[in-house]
Design a protein around this ligand. Sequence first.
Ligand SMILES: Nc1ncnc2c1ncn2[C@@H]1O[C@H](COP(=O)(O)OP(=O)(O)OP(=O)(O)O)[C@@H](O)[C@H]1O
Ligand SMILES: Cc1cn([C@H]2C[C@H](O)[C@@H](COP(=O)(O)O)O2)c(=O)[nH]c1=O
Length: 221
Amino acid sequence: MQRRGWFITFEGIDGAGKSSHIEVVAEALRREGRTVTVTREPGGTPLAETLRSLLLNEAMDALTESLVVFAGRRDHLRSVIAPALVRGEVVLCDRFTDATFAYQGAGRGFDRAVLAQLERITQSGLQEGSDAVLHPHLTLWFDLAPDVAAARLEGARAPDRFEAQPVEFFRRVAQGYADRAAADPGRFARLDADQPREAVRARLMDILRGHGVLDAAQEGA
Ligand SMILES: Nc1ncnc2c1ncn2[C@@H]1O[C@H](COP(=O)(O)OP(=O)(O)OP(=O)(O)O)[C@@H](O)[C@H]1O
Ligand SMILES: Cc1cn([C@H]2C[C@H](O)[C@@H](COP(=O)(O)O)O2)c(=O)[nH]c1=O
């Protein structure tokens, strides 16, 4: 796909704090005149939101989880993400395929070579005449120790099927994110999420200015 917009994903284990910052980033971009689509995975379309609800609530094995997330992703890419990028918008997506490698791959122990195949199939054929595979242009990785994340989530909300997993599961998921970041350092920007919100936000804005997503002249956005 011809690059006209920005596809930016927010990643991290449950409770890392990424969702707290997405609207702040969207507002900063809108102030600079950009059109922004804020979306999430699993979800982002009516079909994918239905699949999200199944994924978070119904028992299923790791292959089924993987197929469910990639099915939703295909619909989301075709209906929302790819059209927004063609229009030149900034797409801010709360989780994407790195979460599948971290949760289904590292967390559940599902075959990462199969996930890589599903990734290629699902994320290509989005523009007629092109077989390019669409990946995020920038991934903001909120890195937080699993025990700190668990303490933040305790009592905050009723846990879903993933949030109810033991801390060992999240140690594997965190390692899964670290492996993805090490394999693609140009795309990943790591944030130390064990900081007060304001410090995390300042680092986030620095990263976005450093990558030319936000105007570097607009300090203090
Ligand atoms: N920097 C921070 N310091 C302390 N608490 C925080 C910080 N950032 C977020 N929190 C709190 O931690 C909890 C999880 O935050 P949030 O929902 O943004 O995380 P998340 O990464 O989006 O998690 P999930 O993916 O599970 O939705 C919330 O109660 C939030 O208020
Ligand atoms: C995209 C994706 C998500 N998950 C898991 C990770 C979370 O526990 C839930 C929902 O996400 P939220 O950030 O709490 O809204 O879904 C997953 O297992 N695989 C994926 O590909």
